[in-house]
Design a protein around this ligand. Sequence first.
Ligand code: PLP
Length: 225
Amino acid sequence: MDSIERLQAVRAEIAQACRACGRNPADVTLIAVSKTFPAADIAPVIDAGQTVFGENRVQETRDKWPALRAAHPPVELHLIGPLQSNKVREAVALFDAIHTVDRPKIAAALAEEIARSGRRPRLFVQVNTGAEPQKAGVLPEAADAFLAECRERHRLEISGLMCIPPAQDVPDPHFALLAKIAARNGICGLSMGMSADFSAAIRQGATHVRVGSAIFGHRPLVNEA
Ligand SMILES: *Cc1c(COP(=O)(O)O)cnc(C)c1O
């Protein structure tokens, strides 16, 4: 299979997962995660009609996407990797959505840059549902307070929550926990589910699934976030 056939297979599986739980496939956005893949691998996927892409590094996006964007129909770019405060200005300029808001310093820097630039990327707060020490994201028990701080202190509109469950865990309880935190905070967006588990995430209410290798094939191990 090539990437176009794999893209179609992923789309079919999303539609099937939606049918199985009575959801509308139009309510699930497929983010094609193109990190590590060169422009030559991405261009055919854009030409096949995919319009939303995810990258995990600001610098790689800056190197790769301006030329792709100039040569193809409009695409949306989502930042799904960690954001450092010294990259906030560039991230706001490059990305249409940022999934990794997870600490006060980043929230403050985003608020300042959004006000300065007039650009308004959609924002997701990352929650470390497995409380893994090496992983980014606010802890589940700190999520409500952090969301209140983003909204009330920094006047940020938060579109959704995002999680990356621990690799060794059954993901469903992590997805359910994220959905519960979102619901009690009046948040509609849920960025959850990757190549191995996007159908399970859709059953738990995912509105954005981030799918890389199931579309583009295996990645070299150099750029794992
Ligand atoms: C790389 C990555 C993905 C995609 O992973 P696959 O298993 O290749 O689908 C999704 N989300 C995040 C945050 C990632 O870094």
